[in-house]
Design a protein around this ligand. Sequence first.
Ligand code: AGP
Length: 635
Amino acid sequence: MCGIVGYLGPLKAAPVLLSELKCLEYRGYDSAGVAVIEDGRLCVMKAAGKLSNLEEILVQKGPTARVGIGHTRWATHGVPNDTNAHPHIDSTGKIAVVHNGIIENFEELKTELIGLGYAFNSDTDSEVIAHLISYELSQGGEMLDVILRSLKRLVGAYALGIVSQEHPDRIYAVNHHYSLSVGLGQGESFLASDSMAVRQYTNRVVRLEQSEVAEITTQGVRLFNFDGLEVKRSPIAMDSSPYVIDKCGHKHFLLKEIHEQPLVLRQTLTKYLRHPNHPIDFSVGAYDPSLDDGSSENKMVGDGTAYGVHLTDEEIKGLNHINIFACGTAYHASMIGKLLIEELVGIPVAVDIASEIRGRKLLVNESTLAIACSQSGETADTLAALKEAKARGAYTMGITNRADSHLAQITPNLIVTECGIEVSVAATKTYLAQLASYYLLAIYLGEKRGTLPPEKAKALKMQLNAIPTMLEQILAREEQYKDISIKYADAHDVVFIGRGVNFPTALEGALKLKELSYIHASGYAAGELKHGPIAVLDQNVPVITVLVPGAVYEKTLSNAQEARARKAKMIVVAVDGDEQAARTFDSVLSIPPVEEILSPLTTIVPLQLLSYFISDYLGKDVDQPRNLAKSVTVE
Ligand code: AGP
C-alpha cells in the first residue's frame, strides 16, 4: 500500500522515478507524485488518479534534475486528490517527504506543530513528518541527527523517502516495519519499496532491515539504526532478469494470469513433488533455473536467498496445533488448507483473518506451527499476526509468492509459490498456487507424522499431477463461460454457495465478483442459506452453487433446491455428465470430473472467468479495480 521510489545519479531523475513507480502502481493508484531538486530548488509535481496523469505533467514540465523521490498512493487519511498526494513539503518548501504507512499520533503532533506556527495543507497523516523534520532542523544539528530525533516522536509503522534542498547530493530513507531496498549502480543509486522496481537498473541491492535509516548518495549507501549507530551490510545480488510487464496477447493481465494457472500449478508441483513415489521435499533452497520455462514473466523474482522448510522430523512430530493467518483471497486458500491438514494429518488447525488477531488472546504455544499465507509477503495484518505467534513461542512458516518479501525475513520456513509476478490486483494464479502449497504441505505433514498411508499419499500425488491438464480443458471452455456470464451481468446482488472444501470456493468466487465488477456478492456455506441469507432471494438474485460429486453433493443440491423454490436464477459449477445438475439449474459452468478433495483447484476457475467476463462486459477497470491495492501494508 503506497510505493516509495528514489533516484540519484547521472540520468534525468523524473523518467527513472516514473519507471520505478510503474512497477509499484500495484501498491495504490489513487495519486502519484515526485519531488526533484532542480537547479538547487525543490520542485514537487503530483496528480490525483493513475500514474499516467503524473506522466503527462512530467512530460510537459520536463524536469532535468538528477535527484528525486516519488510516490504512488493508496489513500488512508484524506481523499485521493492533488493536495493529499505525496510528496509533502514543509513550510519552508525545502524538505519533501514520501510516506508509506500510518503515523498513529499525527493528530497530537499536528496540533503541537500548528501551535508552533506550522501551516498544514493536506488532510494526511504524512504531512506532519515534513513539518516535524523542519522543526527539528530549526533546533540545529546535522540532517541525519535531525531525522533520528524526528523519528523518536513518530508512533506507528512507516517507510519514508526524504529529500532536502540543502542536501541535493543525497536521499534519506527510513524503514520501520516495512520493506525498502536500495539499488546500487555505477555512480547512481535507486530506492524502492519493492526491489523489483530497481531490478530494471541494477541487481545489486541492499535491503533495509527494521528500524533503520539509509543515507543514499551516488557512491552507495550508509545504514544507521535508530540510535544513530552505523550498521554494515553488503549488497546482495538479485536475479538480474528484467521485470517484464507484458499481457502476451491477452486483453488484460487478469485474463493472462487466469490462463497461466496450468503452468503455475505444474511449476509448483514440479518443484516440491519430484515423483509420486517420493516424499514431498520442502527442503528445496533457492530458485532452480532448470525449472524455468524460459519466459521472463515466469522467472522467480527471488535473490537466491535460501528458503524451504527446515523443521526437523522431531519438531514436526511434536506439533499439536496449527494456526494459520491470512487476509482476503489468501484467507480463503487457507480455509481450504485447514480442511486438508485436518483431514490428512489429524492436527487441529485454526485459521484466522489476520486483522482479527489484534487485541485478542492468541492461543499458541511452543507446540504450535503458525503459518502466514500472503501472496505479497507484505500484508501488515498477516505479518503482525505471525510476529505475535512467534513472540509466544510458536514455530513459524510462510507461504508467499515473493521470496524477497518482509515475510521471508521473519520466518526461517518458507514455501515459495511458483507464479511469477501477478500484475492484476485481483489474485487468481497466486490463489491457485497457495492452494497447491496447502495440498503439498498437508501431504508432507501426513508423510512425516505417519498419518497418511504411502498408497494414499501416492494416489493423491498422482491425482494432483493430473490437475494442470484439467485446468487446460477448463480454460478451453471459456467462450461457453463467457456466454453464461454475460446473461447475469445486470444483477445487483449475487449469492455463491458451497459446502466442505468448496465453501471457501464460494467465498472466493464472491470476492472476485465484488472486486472486479463492483456487484454486491456474498458467499455462504450452502447449509447456512436457510438460517437467514435465503431472505434476500427472489427472481432477481442469481445463486451460484459449487457442486461436485462426493460426501456433500446431495446436501448441497438440496440447499440449491431451496434457493430454486424462491425463484432465484440458478447457476452451477458442476462436472460433465451431471444430469441432476443439468435438470436443476438454469445455467451450467461445466468442468471435467474431479475428486472432491482436489476440486477447489478446478471449481474456482470458471468463477474467476465469470467475474472477468462480467467486469469486462460492464467496462470496469479489470486490472486495477477502484479503491484497491495489491499490497496492503497498513493495518
Ligand atoms: C485478492 O484478489 C485481493 N486483492 C486481496 O484479498 C488479497 O488476497 C489480500 O489483500 C491478501 O494479500 P496477500 O496475499 O498479499 O497477503
